[in-house]
Design a protein around this ligand. Structure first.
Ligand code: SF4
Ligand code: SF4
Length: 170
């Protein structure tokens, strides 16, 4: 044994502790008292918590009411993101379906293992294209699954038909 390791003596169990029965009865008493109280658990994921309006969940990309991506790949969100969780490769858009803008992201990834849910990307975006959603249940079987690509971000974000006024409360 190393000289600087001090052995800790275990206290001997009392007769009552060795019986275990009093502890079991005490535990069952707590169980029965709780059975008739209001439930504090829920059946997740079928049941979900209602989160407050100010809640900042996963950042997502949104489309306009004509189902057109709003992001113009200006990279401002990538620039302000403190942990460098966003990676964008800008590209020109030739698709007439997206003719309202000339640029868009060829690649838009958010590494959710890095994201600190600060909301700076939402604040910086001039196009109101990226938003902090209410999504809090993020999971992945591998690290790669937690890097949300463009398709995942649009799937999570969906369409925002309402005119977004993110500065209206400022
Ligand atoms: S919420 Fe913050 S950390 Fe997460 S992607 Fe946006 S700017 Fe980056
Ligand atoms: S989400 Fe907004 S800030 Fe980020 S690249 Fe697209 S338009 Fe620019």
């Amino acid at each position: 044994m190393a000289a600087n390791v001090k052995p800790v003596r275990r206290e001997a169990q009392t007769f009552k502790e060795r019986l275990f029965l009093p502890a079991i009865i005490k535990g069952l008493g707590i169980t029965f008292r709780r059975i008739f109280k209001k439930k504090v658990t829920m059946q997740f994921p079928e049941e979900r918590w209602e989160v407050r309006d100010e809640y900042r969940g996963a950042p997502v990309l949104v489309k306009d009411d004509e189902n057109r991506p709003k992001c113009v790949a200006c990279s401002l969100c990538e620039y302000v993101c403190p942990p460098k969780a966003i990676y964008i490769v800008p590209d020109e858009i030739e698709d007439p379906e997206h003719a309202h803008v000339e640029r868009g992201p060829a690649v838009f990834n958010i590494n959710m293992l890095r994201c600190i849910f600060c909301g700076l990307c939402e604040e910086a975006c001039p196009e109101e294209a990226i938003f902090m959603s209410k999504e809090y249940a993020l999971w992945g079987a591998t690290r790669a699954e937690l890097i949300h690509d463009k398709e995942t971000l649009y799937e999570l974000g969906g369409i925002r038909p309402d005119p977004i006024k993110k500065w209206s409360n400022k």
